[in-house]
Design a binder for this molecule. Sequence first.
Ligand code: PHE
Length: 436
Amino acid sequence: MIMENKRPTWTSKYTFILAAIGSAVGLGNIWRFPYVMGKNGGAVFLLTFVFLVLTICFIPLLAELLFGKITKKECIGAFESVNPKFKVFGAMNPLNAVFIPSFYCVIGGWIVYYIFNSFTYLNKGDCGKYFTDFIQNPIAPCVCTVIFLFICTFFVVKGIKKGIEFANKIMMPLFTVILIFLVCTAISLPGATAGIEYMFKPDFSKFNTDMVFDALGQAFFTLSCGTGALLTYGSYVKEDDNIAKSAYTIVFSNIAFSLLAGLMIFPAVFSFNLEPDSGAGLAFVTLPKVFAQLPCGEFVSFAFFILLFCASVTSAVSMIEVPCATMVERYKMTRVKAGTILFFVISFFAVLATLSFGILGDFKLFNKTFFDFLDFTTSNVLLPLNSLILCIIAGWFLKIKGQTFIKNKILYNLFDIGLKYAVPIVLICLFIERLR
Ligand code: PHE
């Protein structure tokens, strides 16, 4: 009881929304979204993604925030308060939130390295070779991964107000300013309109079910559904906040940031006749080729990697807060102790994942390198599974009713039907498809 009274809360509704947007807007928007969109034919993917975010994915996002707001507990306690038997489902969230940063921090480490080398790497010749040589190196990427993780854990250890809010208050405005600057730079390049057309002129012949599932997976990942991050953030919300409105703001900002990320990348890529579908290397190989040809390219490159850094730190912080909250509230640890343990545990997996691009490349789990294995099991299996379980428990057991927090009758009825039936069915389909 005493512990419950001491639970931290956000300073205001706005810092909560900012932190939730910080969690949602991350590598998923800036690094993953453009390359998955590039792989899936551009505008059709964008349309499908926006449609799914506004219809299907909005529901688990709001349900997760409400789950936290109503129960006011960390993940295990939140599920347990609905029924003690559900404790195990709650525990899947902090577990997933240990494994997701284990691969997320690898990319974070690459970003740190590119920030340090922004002013020199463009003169070192082939960007592709530079990148491959770097990720295969056994030391530098590991050191950078651990530095990145240390920075994120530091903000978590400092607590909600002095750590997480502080990080978001600095990084999100910086992120937005740099993004707008880079979008302006990209769309003013000669030939940029081809990139804009690629984003907004749909070619419906590219529409297929694989693309729909890619869009759905992307939507879940980018909205941070299924790790308990939203549940944990929602649990720090004060009683009087209108959470449905906040959820709309989070969703619309996420779409806006994804669009801006596309507008930063595709016009630049098309302007230099490069390929938009180069996969995960888009940010580290294709874009540096663009930077190399721009006047003051080093500065643009530096700004771009600072942008990626801000986006990824605020997301990684929200993931690490999930197990940290559980350790502090449930197992009565101090934040410093919980943070230290998490730092070492995540570092261990993250270093293995980093090395899977080099010396551990031959070590395979289910035919996948350790990095791919973590990415696949967390993003494709655990995220939709956790969201599915959360929706079922929220809809059928916690009996969340749209009427209590959404004013519009049509909308709250749609929410109730979606939560109990539509979203679980879609998620089961996604889940089966992903395991095929
Ligand atoms: N939404 C984040 C991104 O787009 C990733 C994330 C997933 C953050 C799950 C928290 C929880 O990068």
